[in-house]
Every structure is written in C-alpha cells, then in structure tokens.
Design a protein around this ligand. Structure first.
Ligand code: HEM
Length: 232
C-alpha cells in the first residue's frame, strides 16, 4: 500500500475537535468535583442540573474516584498523540502513557461500577456503558500489549479506539444539550432520564465510527512512519 500524507486541513479540523471535546470533558469533570466537594456551590432551585447533582451526591466517593482520573485522561490524552513530542521525548511519552493508562483503567472500572448501580438513564444507559465501557478497557489493554511487544502500528490503532470512546463522554454533552433544547422548543421541560440513554448510544457510536474511519484513512502513512523509527 502506498504511503500518503493525510490532508493538512483535515488534520487541523480533527485537532480542533479533539481539543474542544477534551475541554468539555475537563469542564464537566471539574464542575462535578466542585459540586461534590462544596455542595450547593453551583446549584440553585432553577438549575436544570439540580436533579443530577442530588443523584451523584448519593455516591460521592465513587463519583470522585471516577471524575478525578477522568481529568488526567482529558489532559494527557491529546499529548500522547503529538508526534513531535513522541519523537523528541520518548521517555516522556512512555511515562505519561503509563499514567494515562492507569487513570483510564480507574475511569473505566469506576464507570462500569456506577453503571451497575442506579443510573439516570436506566437500562438503556446501562447497556451502552456495559458495551462501550468494556470495549474501552479491552482497547487500552490491547494498546499496552502491542506497545510492550514494540508493535507500534497496532499500538497506535488500539490507542485511537480507546481514546475515542473516552472522548465520547464529551461528545455526549452537546447531544444531550440538543435533545434538551429541542424538547424545550416544543414547550416541554424534559427530565434527564428521558434522553440520557439515547445520548450515550449516539455519542459512543459516532465516536467509534469516526475512530475507525481515521484509522483506515491514515493506516498507510502511520505504518510507513513507524517503520522508519530507529530500533532502541
Ligand atoms: C474519560 C473520560 C470521562 C469523563 C470526563 C467522565 C466524566 C463523568 C462525569 C463528570 C460524570 C458525572 C455526571 C455529570 O456530572 O454529568 C460521569 C458519570 C458517569 N460515567 Fe463517566 N466519564 C468518563 C469516562 C467514562 C467511561 C469510559 C465510562 C464507562 C465505563 C463512564 C461511565 C460513567 C457512568 C456510568 C456514569 C454515571 C451516570 C449515571 O449515574 O447515570 N465514564 N462521568
């Protein structure tokens, strides 16, 4: 297969989207942390999130164990994909990668634990989380396995798959916002349980499709570049 460089404009758009989503992820995790640690800080009777705040306050420790490492996921994730950083400071990439994978494992395990308890979106949400949360952990385990075997082309592909699912949590927020706004336009103030599960399915599915398209589109280039890496 012939190597070709991905379109630069497309790469720029993708990076902007990743940074935008990582900022949303960081913002929601930060907000949840503040609300759990200082109850009442951001909630008022008129706040549409007041129900959600009460829900997560019921299992504050588990939620904090989920959102704190999720912040690391959002900060370290994009850095792991910066080619210049990987080439110039491979040690930093390896150490940051270990922290990223440890944090991601905690996020995945605590996420699945929450899904087996009472969820906002009910069975619909539980099913989406069980499927994609399990795939998230498998993808990251496969990424680590290939890195240890120095199979960097496969390592890259599995990292993209796992990262895309974690980042989907941020994609889900604008989807929820759209459902909420659409219902308001029809004169109905919806409850989060009405659209949570559907938003999870749409977000995870879209992101998984996007990851597979990107992997296939960049496969020849990435494989050629990785083949040129000096053996250590
Ligand atoms: C890595 C990025 C992630 C971030 C930033 C993140 C963030 C959050 C936040 C902030 C909450 C509290 C809800 C809120 O404040 O709106 C939450 C809840 C939750 N997360 Fe995550 N999460 C991430 C990944 C995951 C993954 C991979 C899973 C699946 C294993 C997952 C499963 C859940 C579940 C089940 C809940 C509880 C929802 C409910 O009770 O209805 N999260 N997450």
């Amino acid at each position: 297969m012939q190597a070709m460089n991905p379109n630069r404009g497309l790469v720029r758009i993708l990076w902007s989207a990743v940074m935008f989503l990582a900022s949303i992820g960081l913002a929601v995790a930060t907000r949840r942390t503040i609300v759990l640690m200082k109850p009442g800080t951001m909630s008022s009777a008129k706040n549409p999130a007041v129900q959600l705040d009460a829900h997560f306050a019921n299992h504050a420790t588990l939620t904090l164990a989920h959102v704190l490492p999720a912040m690391l996921f959002m900060v370290l994730g994009p850095l792991q994909f910066v080619r210049g950083l990987r080439a110039k400071y491979p040690q930093v990439h390896r150490w940051s990668g270990r922290i990223f994978l440890t944090a991601s494992t905690v996020v995945g395990v605590t996420g699945l634990t929450m899904a087996f308890g009472k969820t906002i979106g009910g069975v619909d949400e539980k099913a989406a989380i069980t499927l994609f949360g399990t795939f998230f952990l498998i993808a990251l385990a496969k990424a680590l396995w290939h890195a240890l075997r120095r199979e960097f082309a496969q390592h890259r592909e599995w990292m993209i798959r796992g990262y895309a699912i974690g980042l989907a949590v941020a994609t889900i927020r604008p989807i929820m916002g759209t459902f909420f706004a659409a219902a308001l336009l029809r004169g109905h103030a919806p409850e989060p349980k009405e659209f949570f599960g559907t938003a999870f399915w749409i977000g995870f599915t879209l992101q998984t499709i996007a990851a597979e398209i990107w992997i296939n589109y960049t496969r020849p280039t990435a494989a050629a570049q990785l083949a040129m890496l000096p053996a250590k």
